[in-house]
Write a new protein. Structure first.
Length: 253
């Protein structure tokens, strides 16, 4: 039986999923981040599959999403897309610290995953926090600077933004750009899944990143699954594959 608890940690609303009989035990800790305009409740399927495999699972609401909506829905914060991701990156150690203090983290095993914006967040976290043990990126991008330029071409009104301001914001993204710092993978197990017909986060830039790094020693545990014709949606079999990857990773650590 899986227990779902709604909590607020340092002001961050989260759902925590864990097997009932293990709720007070030190377990591997896995975070799963939702996508743009989503919320923690919309990734309960992913959280459930992870919890079934014996992990303590944390589903946070990103800034301006779910219980954290401010001045209207997330759609009204398009130009703050990257601030939302940067905020999740800043908040991550607060969440880890809380769970470490309250329950402990078995053998220091920490996993991160997410879909779409949550996948981009996953790659950013990998770039910043070496204590992360393993990661799975679902239809996200390890190339935030390139993706940001693409987004700016698509967001109505973004063309009117001050070019100097835009460049300043893009410059800040370089710290979380895994494609510019792939050596930060540092031999950790990382899996990417992407569909070739993704209309929101393009498939090719992520696949090209994987192909470029796959022969390097730091990327020896990096894998990639392609689903031909799949669009911007995570299927149940892909969710199961994600959860199985973490079970495999943590068993080997």
């Amino acid at each position: 039986m899986i227990t779902i608890v709604s909590r607020k940690i340092k002001g961050i609303p989260v759902l925590e999923l864990v097997q009932n009989e293990k709720s007070d035990s030190a377990l591997p800790l896995v975070f799963f981040y939702h996508g743009w305009t989503g919320c923690k409740e919309r990734v309960l399927t992913q959280g459930y599959e992870l919890a079934r495999r014996g992990f303590r699972v944390v589903l946070p609401d990103a800034l301006y999403h779910g219980q954290r909506q401010v001045n209207g829905p997330a759609e009204s914060h398009q130009l703050e897309f990257w601030e939302i991701i940067a905020n999740s990156v800043r908040e991550f150690p607060k969440l880890v610290s809380e769970y470490q203090q309250q329950f402990g983290i078995k053998e220091g095993q920490i996993g991160v995953s997410g879909l779409s914006m949550g996948g981009i967040t996953t790659c950013a976290l990998l770039c910043v926090y070496p204590q992360i043990s393993a990661a799975v990126c679902l239809m996200g991008s390890p190339r935030p600077v390139d993706f940001a330029r693409d987004l700016l071409r698509r967001i109505p009104g973004a063309q009117d933004a001050d070019p100097d301001y835009v460049e300043q914001q893009l410059e800040q993204l370089k710290i979380i750009d895994l494609s510019a710092n792939p050596q930060k993978i540092a031999g950790r197990p990382v899996h990417f899944w992407h569909g070739t017909a993704d209309e929101m986060v393009p498939y090719l830039p992520t696949k090209e990143f994987y192909d470029r790094i796959s022969d390097h020693s730091y990327a020896q545990k990096v894998t990639f699954t392609t689903t031909r014709g799949a669009k911007h949606k995570v299927s149940y079999p892909t969710t199961v594959e994600m959860a199985d990857k973490f079970a495999e990773y943590f068993a080997a650590l």
